[in-house]
Design a protein around this ligand. Structure first.
Ligand code: NAD
Length: 255
């Protein structure tokens, strides 16, 4: 299905890599004018260049930067139709609660959850003025399930994204604004692939829980984001949209 986002103005954070980059490509293929946002000017700039979009360098955990981002987009394009609030981190210092320090906890919460609060806070006035908009916030399947291989701050941060998204979806439902959370399963982004290539046992321990027997591809998540961004999902809001190869539905997986 092509052209579902024709002439829509779409902002993608974390646009330089993984799920964000795949979504930039998919949004552009569906006809959107894409604003690529990243702290990494090199990868973010390349993404924008590839699709003929605009690059904006911003740290999504910085209130002034986020406010200027959405006000600037609204000023330059006249509207903001889609906000894909996707940037996030998963640093190695975030591990078991027994060893994770307050610094790591606060940094992860700030980049993964506070950023979503800020992006929603500063895009919503523009969408309310238009009387339309679709916000998609990236949570994770770990917001729905527990893991003995803990990343305690990351898990808590994604639980926060899920709850915040649900509430905004309900609050703004009658103003033509839809707010949904995306819950990807493990996706073979460069980071994950590298980590598991170095440690096959680590990959095997996780793969056994995936009914499909493989990690997802960024493009498979981008397809779900394009659906949530488009009018094809017009009766969906305040939802947790799970794209996980069956993990959250599984007890025993196929051999
Ligand atoms: P990635 O590391 O490949 O890409 C993240 C991008 O965000 C990078 O380009 C990075 O520069 C940017 N970024 C980081 N901090 C930023 C900040 N403060 N401001 C602006 N940009 C920033 O990651 P990914 O795997 O594509 O993950 C994207 C999102 O999906 C994250 O929120 C992640 O938690 C979530 N997610 C990933 C997986 C997975 O298995 N990869 C699974 C579930 C959820």
């Amino acid at each position: 299905m092509q052209g579902r986002l024709r002439d829509r103005v779409a902002v993608v954070t974390g646009a330089g890599s993984g799920i964000g980059l795949a979504t930039v490509r998919r949004f552009a293929a569906e006809g959107a004018r894409v604003v690529c946002v990243d702290v990494d000017a090199e990868t973010g700039g390349r993404a924008a260049e590839e699709v003929g979009g605009e690059f904006v360098a911003a740290d999504v955990a910085d209130e002034t930067a986020v406010r200027e981002l959405f006000d600037g987009v609204a000023q330059r394009y006249g509207r903001v139709d889609v906000a894909f609030n996707n940037a996030g981190i998963s640093p190695p210092e975030d591990d078991s609660i027994l060893s994770t320090g307050l610094d790591a906890w606060e940094r992860v919460l700030r980049v993964n959850t506070t950023s979503v609060y800020l992006c929603c806070k500063y895009v919503l006035p523009h969408m309310r003025r238009q009387g339309s908009g679709s916000i998609i916030n990236t949570a994770s399947f770990v917001a729905l399930m527990g893991a003995a291989t803990s990343q305690i701050a990351y898990t808590a941060s994604k639980g926060g994204v899920l709850a915040l998204t649900r509430e905004l979806g309900v609050q703004f439902a009658r103003e033509g604004i839809r707010v949904n959370a995306l819950c990807p399963g493990p996706i073979a982004t460069p980071l994950l692939t590298e980590l598991f290539a170095a440690d096959p046992e680590r990959a095997a321990r996780r793969l056994v829980h995936v009914p499909m027997g493989r990690f997802g591809r960024p493009a498979e998540i981008a397809a779900a984001v394009a659906f949530l961004a488009s009018d094809d999902s017009s009766f969906m809001t305040a939802a947790q949209f799970v794209v996980d190869g069956g993990i959250t539905g599984a007890y025993v997986t196929p051999l």
